[in-house]
Ligand binder design. Structure first.
Ligand code: GLN
Length: 234
């Protein structure tokens, strides 16, 4: 039997910094190896997000300009995205998408860009500074190391129920102060890594696909998928 997963690419036509869409391609690549047929569709302005229709969501990053547009539109999807999250739906959210799942982001010009408050973090602005460069983090629970590239003005502070995606070994991460990078909340994985993150971190792609499979097919024997060996390219 071939497994079927359907992915919502949230605002894929607006939020795509440094080719974040590559994350969807990487998920498709590993899905094939895991005997999964992964289909996707863009859910953007004026579309509805039906949490029952999707098994995974991906939400990329963007400039403040696009984030303001998305921030207004996404309020109409706030309840459906929040219920998907609270029901254990897996999401990968990068940079601007990460910020918008939280409470708010103060843009580079000081404007408040409202998030959907589904996750408890919030993001302030830095004055005349951005965090740019290569970054390496380690997830404390799994021991997995993730490599990436960050470029953001926002400085994010995690809230209750959120754990960092990893602890900084090199680079700045969420805020340059507390050594945290990204967030994990239920089955939502957030990060500032562009590049795209999954291209260099196949172990994270596998983790997200497995999470979606276990949720959709709770009685399936997924040992073959669990045993998939990930080859690293960095
Ligand atoms: N505009 C946001 C910031 O600068 C997000 C940037 C991004 O997605 N790369 O923090």
């Amino acid at each position: 039997m071939k497994y079927q997963l359907h992915l919502a690419h949230l605002y894929g036509d607006l939020l795509n910094t440094y080719g974040d869409i590559g994350n969807v391609l990487v998920l498709e690549y590993y899905a094939k190896k895991m005997n999964i047929e992964l289909t996707s569709e863009i859910i953007s302005l004026n579309d509805t997000f039906d949490p029952k229709k999707f098994d995974i969501a991906f939400f990329g990053g963007g400039q403040d300009y696009e984030q303001v547009i998305v921030s207004k539109d996404i309020q109409s999807k706030k309840d459906s995205i929040t219920s998907f999250i609270n029901d254990g739906g897996p999401i990968l959210a990068i940079c601007g998408g990460y910020q918008l799942l939280g409470k708010y982001y103060i843009g580079a010009n000081g404007e408040r860009i409202e998030g959907i408050h589904a996750l408890p973090h919030y993001t302030e602005s830095q004055i005349n500074n951005r965090f740019i460069g290569d970054i390496i983090i380690k997830n404390e629970e799994t021991g997995e190391i993730y490599h990436g590239f960050e470029n953001h003005n926002g400085v994010t502070y995690l809230g209750e129920g959120e754990k960092p995606l990893g602890i900084i070994q090199q680079g700045h991460g969420n805020n340059g102060k507390d050594k945290s990078e990204g967030a994990i909340f239920k089955n939502v994985y957030c990060s500032y890594f562009h590049g795209p993150i999954l291209a260099r971190n196949g172990n994270l792609a596998k983790r997200i696909l497995l999470t979606a499979l276990k949720r959709k097919y709770p009685n399936a024997d997924l040992s073959e998928q669990e045993n998939l060996e990930i080859k690293f390219t960095y």
